[in-house]
Structure formats: structure tokens, C-alpha cells
Design a protein around this ligand. Structure first.
Ligand code: ZN
Length: 150
């Protein structure tokens, strides 16, 4: 996605790109400040282990695979995600950090599919870093699927 976008944070009017470099969806609306991460892989149980979690921790990778199984599909791997509202500041020296979201409750993004596709959305259960807020408390995320012209 980043080679086509030419930037780190996709915004209104930008297309999301498949692993075969075809536009799969476009961002039609975005009421947030537009900071959506494209650098960080989906969280997984290994990530939480590296953060010191000794027991199983819910994670976006397992959420994806569970959702796909529910509809009779299997993802061969967890793809590089579009992390909506995840703020990963990038400093001039290239270093990254875990920022608090810049979005506020009620912000929304509208994606328009440009081809048949399966979209999986995981409200990231990350509660060990501030990506879900300074209190490290994940919140609900909701979605609707609309059909036809808007
Ligand atoms: Zn996650």
C-alpha cells in the first residue's frame, strides 16, 4: 500500500491496495485527524509475550482467523493491516513510538469496496501500550456494511 500511496498515513480519497497491487477499496470519508497506521503488524500472542504477558492474550491475528473460520474461509496468513486510528509517530531519525490515538469517540471512516472482498475488523485488545489511549483500555469499534450507491 505504501509504495502506491507514497506516504505512511492513508486519508480521504486514497485507495487501499491488495497484495497484487490492485485497488480494493477507497477511503471516502474520515472524520478523524487521519492518523491511521500502515507500519505495524497485527498484534498476536507472541507480541504480548514479548511485552511480558505470561498467559494467552486476545489479539487481532487470532480474531481474524476466528472470524474467517466463522464464514467458512481460511486466511493463509495475517495480512498487513490498515490500523484505523492507530497513531504511530515517526521521528525525523526514523524511530517510531506508540502514540495515543488522535481520534475522538464518534469519529468514523467510510471505505467503499472497489471489488468483491472480505473485510475483517478487530477492535485491537492491546492493553499494554497506549495505542488505545493513555489508560491502555481498548474500546469498542463498530462497523456497518452498506450496499449500493450512497
Ligand atoms: Zn491488535
Amino acid at each position: 500500500m505504501r509504495p502506491t500511496l507514497g506516504k505512511l498515513w492513508p486519508g480521504k480519497g486514497d485507495a487501499l491496495i491488495t497484495n497484487r497491487r490492485r485497488p480494493i477499496a477507497i477511503i471516502e470519508e474520515d472524520t478523524s485527524p487521519g492518523r491511521h497506521d500502515t507500519l505495524i503488524a497485527a498484534c498476536d500472542d507472541y507480541r504480548y509475550g514479548l511485552l511480558g504477558c505470561r498467559d494467552y492474550h486476545d489479539n487481532c491475528t487470532d480474531n481474524l482467523h476466528a472470524a474467517m473460520r466463522r464464514i467458512g474461509l481460511e486466511a493463509p496468513e495475517c495480512p498487513s493491516p490498515l490500523n484505523l486510528w492507530m497513531n504511530i509517530p515517526v521521528a525525523a531519525d526514523g524511530s517510531t513510538s506508540w502514540g495515543e490515538p488522535l481520534s475522538k469517540p464518534g469519529d468514523h471512516v467510510v471505505l467503499r469496496a472497489l471489488m468483491d472482498c472480505v473485510v475483517a475488523m478487530s477492535a485491537c485488545p492491546q492493553d499494554m501500550l497506549p495505542i488505545n489511549g493513555a489508560d491502555c483500555q481498548p474500546t469498542e469499534a463498530h462497523y456497518r456494511i452498506l450496499h449500493g450507491p450512497r
